[in-house]
Design a protein around this ligand. Sequence first.
Ligand SMILES: Cc1cc2nc3c(=O)[nH]c(=O)nc-3n(C[C@H](O)[C@H](O)[C@H](O)COP(=O)(O)O)c2cc1C
Length: 333
Amino acid sequence: MLSIGNLRLNSPLILAPMSGISDLAYRLINRSFGCELAFTEMIGTDSLVYNSKNTLNMLSSRADDRPLGVQILGCDPDLIKRSLDILSAYPFALLDFNAACPVKKVVSRGKGAGLLKDPAKLQQLLQIIVKNKRMPVTVKIRAGWDETETNAPEIARRAQDAGVDALFIHGRTRKQRYSGQVDYDIIRRVKESVQIPVVASGDALSPQLIVNLFSETGCNGVAVARGALGNPWIFGESIEYMTKGKIPVSPDVSDIAKTMKEHLLLNIELRGERNGVIRFRKFFAWYARGMAVKDLKRRAFGACTRDEMLQFIGELGTRGNRDVNRVSEMKNI
Ligand SMILES: Cc1cc2nc3c(=O)[nH]c(=O)nc-3n(C[C@H](O)[C@H](O)[C@H](O)COP(=O)(O)O)c2cc1C
């Protein structure tokens, strides 16, 4: 059980927000395998306030897509307040503020992980969000800017003082982006610095690595990101491993092909045939991770129609076989 403000969760495993990935179809597929709390893609406050059609599409959801968190990115107090007003019309269970995005264009404007360099400003923004809140508020941070400035414990205390309900921490610095070692120690120090729940992120790529994150850091929850790409089974498998201690049996290729088909058809239902198939191309490669089907992945990357993609999925179902190096491939996105 994990409580974040008034939100009560049965599962401590959360589907992490991922730009360009965490759309409705992706969330629904993960939910069907045991994911409980999921997030939208990151929403820029400026695009939201200025009504970008793309951004509004990212907010689309439906009744079987609950509980759903929304994540915002910004640094302008006025745009943040106006975003909170807009978002209050949606059925979100949680609002997360991004202070972790490492992208150059983002940090150079003082947003995302750029805010780690200005803890006082981040605290001020969080105070504004908490004051105007209509749902539980969380913040996502990183270990720090670089190895010389791992100030996550200080930031965590400031976030708690600002009144946030929980904290997400990716145990890497901005400089590391998504590579290199995850720092369990800093996550543990963050956990020890605050009383609010702490959700850990970083290399949650397998049931075993997820259990390690809990045991090495004492965190209250784990956010699953790259580990769920083409692998929604990670939710059920990890819960089984955590409760029974048994290494779960991986899905076989026919189960994988069946889920791929469901995912593709959902994409098409929600985006139309062409856009749905194009969006699915990268997922094809993720579902096929660890299988010796390089040429099939290449062909699937050129698919434009439902029938073409279904044919490639069918071929994968008969040809694919898994080797044991799947986890080592997970970081390659
Ligand atoms: C392609 C991609 C997009 C991401 N987008 C976001 C995002 O929009 N918001 C966010 O807080 N984190 C984002 N992340 C970071 C993940 O949520 C997660 O913290 C990070 O990948 C570490 O977890 P992992 O090593 O288990 O993948 C993204 C990561 C990837 C790989």
